[in-house]
Design a protein around this ligand. Structure first.
Ligand code: DI6
Ligand code: FE
Length: 404
């Protein structure tokens, strides 16, 4: 077998489905050809390659994947954070014209170049922890031109950094002030102008909406989903974050890739997600940051066999977070997820939540060779430690892009 590169003397957490636990191979090796994984298995059987990398017993996992971020935005909300600390609630701040709408103003004021520049430090923080694929939503432009600008900025991040970007159009994130008291009029704009334009330019891989009392109704969400499907785009949904509007079941009925947040999810929603194969993307950073006390129904999701992904929800209002290692720690500590579930949540299940499990998310022959090499003795260390980054090297498409 001809190979470009082989990583030897490694311990592998393959995350391959059907294998118990993390699909571990204690004395393993992995070989790449033309950017893809050509072979995975026991060290003793490893093929020869033009280049050999001795991992000195380090662990290799799939490159990490963040399947839910609002990475591209202008400005920040540190002042709002101070107000919240003084007692104001997230909903009060949103109703008073702060919140999402204040980030909208800063995003509209920024050029595409500004947005790229402001987003890069956040992306770099994720990459420094072994991330190789990240989803980025629009949703702070809230007009055709500014949504297109945000999506173009998101796509450009993948040109200026070695990373795979999945873009999501989230025009139905908040009501822009021009449409005050006319949410249906805004949804008309989203469905009749924005989605067709986004699809025509190939700027989005999926369409999302914020189905919530302070967002959009289930009827409005349904219209967005119908427009997305009419343009061949898969859907996902911010559902059941602050209240139960039965958004997860609605999303599942549209074959959604994922329903995200889910603190208020009920049994009917879980059953609908299980039936449709919709991934539950859990966002412990947002849960923590807004001091939510109602837990997502982890045990019921587990019992129903709903796949669980984890994400940062990186956004300026409810999760100013750029660490998937911290997400895993929070999911374990706050949500009582197991180490195996946490690691699967930022690799295999995150890939599934993006509809990209055929391309990435596990160490299996044929997939892109996206790897994270770690200076650890056991995988639990990635979940257990707080604020410590043991990344040794990061590999994207078979190329080492960074090494300690
Ligand atoms: N849910 C959230 O938690 C974020 N968006 C959403 O739909 C909050 C976004 C923000 O406050 O800027
Ligand atoms: Fe979000």
């Amino acid at each position: 077998m001809r190979c470009d590169r082989v990583w030897r003397n490694a311990r592998l957490a393959t995350l391959a489905p059907g294998r118990p636990g993390l699909g571990e191979i204690e004395r393993g090796a992995i070989a790449a050809l033309d950017g893809r994984i050509a072979w995975v298995g026991a060290e003793a059987d490893a093929p020869e390659a033009a280049e050999t990398i001795d991992c000195e017993g380090r662990w290799i996992t799939p490159g990490l994947i963040d399947p839910h971020t609002h990475l591209v935005y202008g400005g920040d909300r540190a002042r709002e954070f101070e107000l919240r600390l003084a007692g104001a609630s997230y909903e009060e701040i949103a109703l008073a014209g702060g919140g999402i709408v204040s980030t909208m103003a800063a995003t509209r004021a920024a050029s595409e170049d500004d947005l790229v520049a402001q987003s890069l430090p956040r992306l770099d923080a994720l990459i420094a922890e072994g991330l190789t694929t990240v989803e980025v939503k629009s949703g702070y432009g809230l007009s055709l031109a500014h949504e297109l600008k945000s999506l173009r900025a998101a796509r450009r991040l993948g040109e200026v950094r070695p990373v795979t970007i999945a873009t999501t159009f989230l025009g139905a994130h908040a009501l822009p002030p021009e449409f005050r008291d006319d949410a249906d009029g805004y949804i008309d704009l989203v469905c009749r102008e924005m989605i067709p334009a986004v699809a025509a330019e190939g700027l989005a891989d999926a369409v999302d909406a914020f189905c919530e009392g302070i967002g959009f109704t289930p009827d409005q969400t349904r219209r967005v989903f119908e427009a997305a499907h009419a343009h061949g785009l898969p859907v996902k949904l911010h559902a059941e974050q602050l209240s139960n509007l039965h958004g997860a079941a609605l999303a599942a009925n549209f074959g959604a890739l994922s329903a995200d947040h889910l603190e208020h999810l009920d049994d009917a929603g879980i059953a609908a997600m299980a039936k449709a194969g919709t991934v539950a993307t859990l966002l412990p950073g947002a849960y923590y940051f807004v001091r939510e006390t109602r837990l997502p129904p982890i045990e019921a999701l587990r019992a129903a066999g709903v796949p669980m992904a984890l994400a940062t929800d990186c956004n300026p209002g409810t999760s100013p977070m750029t660490s998937l290692l911290l997400v895993m720690n929070m999911a374990a500590t706050l949500f009582r997820m197991t180490v195996d579930e946490c690691l699967a949540g930022v690799t295999r299940e995150a890939a599934r939540a993006l509809g990209r499990l055929d391309a990435t998310g596990t160490l299996e022959a044929g997939k892109r060779c996206d790897l994270a090499v770690w200076d650890i003795d056991r995988p639990a260390e990635l979940v257990y430690r707080i604020g410590f980054n043991p990344l040794h090297a990061r590999v994207l498409g078979g190329q080492t892009t960074w090494t300690r």
